[in-house]
Design a protein around this ligand. Structure first.
Ligand code: AP5
Ligand code: MG
Length: 217
């Protein structure tokens, strides 16, 4: 039962790789971004509260995201967990240590997706996903095989995230630099950080992560 964190700026490929690990290894993807978007879509009080913050590209409060992660962890006591987009601040990292310890879990790896910041805006502004099965695509890097038709389920409806515009991405990158990048030394001290080349192809990044999880790298 492994517990891993995917660490990297917006557009680094955290969601892409987490979805793949979930499908291939039966681990659960715990994406606070997805959880918050679900809360918004359902019109819950939390959803209403975080709307403006997310649309501005700023960080939601540590209390809200930590509570969401705790709830989700309890839905599968013996699944491996992939933390995607969490933790994002030192306070969240400390809260995660506590959540894991309380459940007799421990962190195995913090996988850093190293990317060139100049590539992030293009990655994010080209992103879209299937409205029905949520498979993720990219206008240039991962188009659907048949134009306008989802490879996964055949749906012809797609969605783009509200926060995927250039101005917002720049704020998200700045938030990452100021608040999330300092987590690298926090985990480095514990010898947990493994770096992979996030600029390689999706398959190549997946292979690098697989080698780490299988103890071959
Ligand atoms: P969140 O949903 O976590 O967004 P993010 O961190 O900005 O990251 P992204 O989802 O944009 O990027 P990704 O790394 O998942 O990239 P992806 O795989 O999609 O958070 C959204 C908002 O919610 C935040 O701004 C904040 O307000 C709030 N929030 C969330 N968590 C929070 C927390 N813990 N605390 C406080 N607030 C929180 O890839 C991007 C694109 O590139 C895709 O189109 C993909 O197809 C393509 N691609 C991926 N890999 C490759 C590759 N190797 N080569 C070429 N293209 C690739
Ligand atoms: Mg994501």
């Amino acid at each position: 039962m492994m517990n891993i964190i995917l660490l990297g700026p917006p557009g680094a490929g955290k969601g892409t790789q987490a979805a793949r690990l979930q499908a291939e290894r039966g681990m659960i993807q715990l994406s606070t971004g997805d959880m918050l978007r679900e809360a918004r879509a359902s019109g819950s009080p939390i959803g209403d509260k975080v709307k403006a913050i997310m649309d501005a590209g700023e960080l939601v409060s540590d209390e809200i995201v930590t509570a969401l992660i705790g709830e989700r962890l309890d839905t599968c006591a013996d699944c491996g967990a992939i933390f995607d987009g969490f933790p994002r601040t030192k306070a969240q990292a400390e809260a995660l240590d506590l959540l894991l310890a309380e459940r007799g879990r421990k962190l195995d790896h913090v996988i850093e997706l190293a990317v060139d910041e100049d590539a992030l805006v293009k990655r994010i502004t080209g992103r879209f996903s299937c409205a029905k099965c949520a498979t993720g695509y990219h206008d240039s890097f991962k188009p659907t095989q048949v134009p306008g038709v989802c490879d996964g389920c055949g749906s012809t409806e797609f969605v783009r995230r509200k926060d995927d515009n250039e101005e917002n991405v720049r704020t998200r990158i700045a938030e990452h630099r100021a608040k999330t990048a300092p987590l690298r030394p926090y985990y480095d001290e514990r010898g947990l950080v493994r770096r992979v080349d996030g600029m390689a192809s999706v398959d190549e990044v997946a292979a690098q992560i697989a080698a780490i999880l299988d103890g071959e790298a």
